[in-house]
Write a protein that binds this ligand. Structure first.
Ligand code: PGA
Length: 255
């Protein structure tokens, strides 16, 4: 049985006081998240604050929203995987669709970042997903498997031994229109099968999260599906009550 994982991706939102109150509201509920791993991913500049505030809070850890494809050096503005790890991050979101589309990250760059996160002793969370046009053209499987394949090509057959995949259809992110549980389950199955072709053991234990307009109202039905092991939450992670509700939905899926 895979342990459900719920991750909050705050994106570029909030200020110090917002981060503080969100963290304390979620931390106050941590003891009720039994059987579920919870990760919050604040902007890099608030990671120190988050680590400090969550310091002794069992069950909630920090993740980075991104890491550099490079190691330390003359890369102005970048944050290395080692730095994120040093700030207490145990997870790193890699290849989010906003990074791919707005900042031009190719499959190759994403794979380098994935490798950096692994080398820094973090769990990379590889985001994959198709655009609306790709789905309409029935290319979902092809796109998602290409994105996974790029990581295997750089990191080898054991790439997903210690990793998470987040299936996030681009058309569902921030749109209020989540994939249906059936639609998501079908893609999650394809992802698990593709990983199994390289490494059956890694595939069996791989947590595959769904992301894209997850709310407290639709989380339970999504997380009940066989290959949906939790969620990567954007907008709803900025409202403590909503995020807590989604974590509780994951608890009931694990019960
Ligand atoms: P959303 O974002 O929950 O606001 O749709 C998900 C994500 O981008 O990870």
């Amino acid at each position: 049985m895979r342990r459900p994982l719920v991750m909050g991706n705050w994106k570029m939102n909030g200020r110090r006081h917002v981060a503080q109150s969100l963290l304390s509201a979620v931390a106050a509920e941590a003891t009720t998240f039994s059987g579920v791993d919870v990760v919050v991913c604040p902007p890099h500049c608030y990671l120190g604050l988050a680590a400090e505030q969550l310091g002794d809070c069992a069950g909630i850890v920090c993740g980075a929203q991104d890491v550099s494809a490079y190691g330390d050096g003359a890369y102005t503005g970048e944050v290395s995987a080692d730095m994120a790890r040093d700030m207490g991050c145990e997870f790193a979101i890699i290849g989010h669709s906003e990074r791919r589309t707005l900042f031009g990250e190719t499959d190759g760059v994403v794979a380098q970042k994935f490798a950096r996160a692994l080398a820094a002793d973090m769990t990379p969370v590889l985001c994959v997903g198709e655009t609306a046009e790709e789905r309409d053209a029935e290319r979902t499987r092809e796109v998602v498997l290409r994105q996974i394949g790029a990581v295997f090509a750089v990191c080898g057959a054991n790439a997903f031994d210690r990793a998470v995949v987040a299936y996030e259809p681009v058309w569902a992110i921030g749109s209020g229109r989540a994939a249906s549980p059936d639609e998501a389950q079908a893609v999650h199955r394809d992802i698990r099968d593709a990983v199994a072709q390289q490494n059956p053991e890694a595939a069996a234990s791989l947590r595959i999260l769904y992301g894209g307009s997850v709310k407290a109202q639709n989380a339970r039905e999504l997380f009940a599906r066989a290959d949906i092991d939790g969620g990567l939450i954007g907008g709803a992670s900025l409202v403590a009550g909503d995020f807590v509700g989604i974590c509780r939905a994951a608890c009931s899926a694990s019960a």
